[in-house]
Design a protein around this ligand. Structure first.
Ligand SMILES: C[S@@+](CC[C@H](N)C(=O)[O-])C[C@H]1O[C@@H](n2cnc3c(N)ncnc32)[C@H](O)[C@@H]1O
Length: 278
């Protein structure tokens, strides 16, 4: 079974199906990568070859459960606490100052949160500034991968997640346990997790209006048309002037006019234009 090879036709069919559903884009050089990722699913589903697996995804009664499994297998969950910290500094300084002038809680969405390090870093940043009480912030976080979302909820992390975390922050917000650390309940309570798909329009209705969206290191997996579609969907949930943070390798300047880019010495971020029509 493990020696089944994906043909060019099977590769194109499966790649297109996956891109349509999840946005994750496998280009021409990624045939072997997709083959090895799907191989485990062929074994688990007792499917003879990739064409049969393609049909399974389209029409088997268990297909929804299989798509969930696939979401976990196909996603790259690389992340760590306080990644691109300069953007969190912008959050602590500029966004919080503005929010304090407004009414209501500060609404932040971590749109592809992987195993939770990003939204928990946002929560710790707000707590550390001591300017926002936990109840004055609503942090939502979601990811495509069911396995990643389970890890968010468990709140248990090992060494690699802490590669950019100052020791005093670990001391303040984590409790050691059997070779790793649990995040404290104080931080955990600030974040609400869910399973989402950024390509599913219902996601945006469910998440509701936001002041800030983090969508970092996700667009790199999408083609340009999907990147545009997703950032335009963010503009529908962001209030005018709302902040969008992307990964440092992701630029949307040539993709859409809905955002004004801000390039400072420390960080790059975007703000939804007042007149953004969508
Ligand atoms: C490399 S991680 C980035 C995590 C975090 N934002 C960061 O910058 O450290 C990329 C995440 O995007 C998620 N993802 C990929 N396609 C998605 C989609 N269509 N909807 C929601 N999340 C998606 C993956 O499951 C994965 O956890």
């Amino acid at each position: 079974m493990s020696s089944v090879v994906i043909s060019d036709t099977e590769y194109r069919l499966l790649r297109d199906l996956i891109r349509e559903r999840f946005g994750i884009n496998y280009d021409d050089g990624k045939q072997f990568l997709l083959q090895s990722r799907l191989q485990t699913r062929l074994i688990k589903t007792r499917t003879a070859d990739f064409m049969a697996y393609y049909r399974y995804l389209l029409s088997d009664l268990q297909r929804d459960a299989e798509w969930d499994e696939l979401a976990s297998v196909l996603s790259n969950n690389e992340t760590y606490f306080f990644r691109e910290r300069s953007q969190l500094d912008v959050l602590a300084q500029e966004v919080v100052s503005e929010a304090l002038q407004g009414a209501g809680p500060l609404r932040i969405w971590s749109a592809a949160c992987s195993t939770g390090e990003e939204p928990y870093s946002v929560a710790m940043t707000l707590l550390d500034g001591h300017r926002i009480a936990p109840a004055a912030a609503r942090i939502k976080a979601g990811d495509l991968s069911p396995r990643a979302v389970e890890k968010c909820a468990a709140g248990f992390y090992r060494e690699l997640s802490f590669r950019a975390t100052p020791p005093e922050v670990i001391g303040r917000y984590f409790k050691p346990f059997e070779g790793g650390f649990f995040i404290t309940d104080e931080v955990k309570r600030m974040v609400e997790f869910s399973r989402i798909n950024l390509l599913d329009e219902r996601t945006y209705a469910a998440v509701g209006p936001q002041d800030v969206v983090f969508c970092r290191n996700v667009l790199i997996y999408f083609d340009k048309a999907t990147q545009k579609r997703v950032v335009e969907s963010f503009a529908r949930v962001l209030r005018p002037g709302g902040f969008l943070f992307l990964g440092h390798a992701e630029s949307i300047i040539r993709l859409t006019g809905l955002y004004e880019p801000f390039v400072t010495a420390k960080a790059v971020y975007y703000r939804r234009r007042d007149d953004a029509h969508h």
